[in-house]
Write a protein that binds this ligand. Structure first.
Ligand SMILES: [Zn+2]
Ligand SMILES: [Zn+2]
Length: 246
């Protein structure tokens, strides 16, 4: 199994080390047919794409698509989940520059409100640190509701590393993702989705993607670990949108 489209890569527009063109050229060099540039949403405290850069990225990608006819280049954003009500940090004016939108949970974001700082971000941080089963269970239940609401609020192409640092009931989320046509990601840089979770959600249908989440040029399509996870879990290649059999 190998991937033909790396759908999740970062560039110097957030905290990646390669420019868009450098990432694209690496993708061409290793024979991918497509690459998606997906830097962090604007509420990421350190690395969020600046509002004015969405148009700049779009223009750059349009120019590269004209320059290279052996690869398709797409623009997305890895939006942050910033509220317990499923709000993500994408604005309408930013959306129009993107081909599609992703959402993922990260720690370093500016929450939607003071309430979300405590009840969503704070709750997840505290729950990860303290061995209190009731708190963990309650946090997981609430996070699951957040993911469900998010999938109703937005047309999402993919959820990146689902449940990473934000525990969820993966079965419930996977059922909804299958219904709403949201791809769930298998990401080699994070612990979710893992083999156990994938095995549990396979019966619910739905599609997956294997992506590098590359932050450096040599890491484009560096997904061996994620391919191993998919194979070990028995995910059929036709359920992985960006993979083909060797
Ligand atoms: Zn991420
Ligand atoms: Zn990422």
């Amino acid at each position: 199994m190998r991937i033909i489209h790396d759908m999740h890569t970062h560039t110097t527009y957030s905290h990646g080390l390669g420019t868009i063109e450098e990432m694209v050229n690496q993708a061409r060099k290793i024979g991918l047919s497509a690459i998606t540039i997906s830097d962090h949403g604007r509420s990421h405290l350190f690395y969020g794409v600046k509002k004015e850069n969405f148009k700049k990225m779009r223009d750059e990608i349009d120019a590269l698509n004209k320059k290279y006819d052996d690869i398709d280049i797409f623009l997305s954003v890895e939006s942050n989940i910033i509220g317990a009500d499923g709000t993500i940090d994408i604005q309408e004016e930013e959306k129009k520059y993107c081909d599609w939108i992703y959402a993922g949970f990260h720690y370093s974001f500016l929450p939607k409100s003071v309430k979300d700082l405590f009840n969503f971000l704070g709750r997840n941080v505290v729950s990860a640190l303290l061995p209190i089963p009731a708190l963990k269970k309650n946090t997981r239940r609430r996070n699951t509701v957040t993911y469900l609401k998010m999938m109703d609020k937005y047309t999402l192409k993919m959820i990146t590393h689902p449940g990473n640092r934000c525990p969820i009931d993966i079965r419930t989320v996977a059922k909804k993702a299958a219904k709403n046509n949201v791809i769930l990601e298998i990401n080699p840089r994070h612990h979710h989705l893992n083999v156990k979770e994938l095995k549990a959600i396979l019966p619910y249908g739905g599609q997956f993607a294997i992506n590098s989440d590359a932050h450096r040029v040599p890491h484009v399509a560096d997904v061996d670990k994620a391919i191993r996870i998919a194979i070990d879990a028995g995910v059929p290649v036709n359920r992985i949108v960006n993979a083909v059999e060797d």
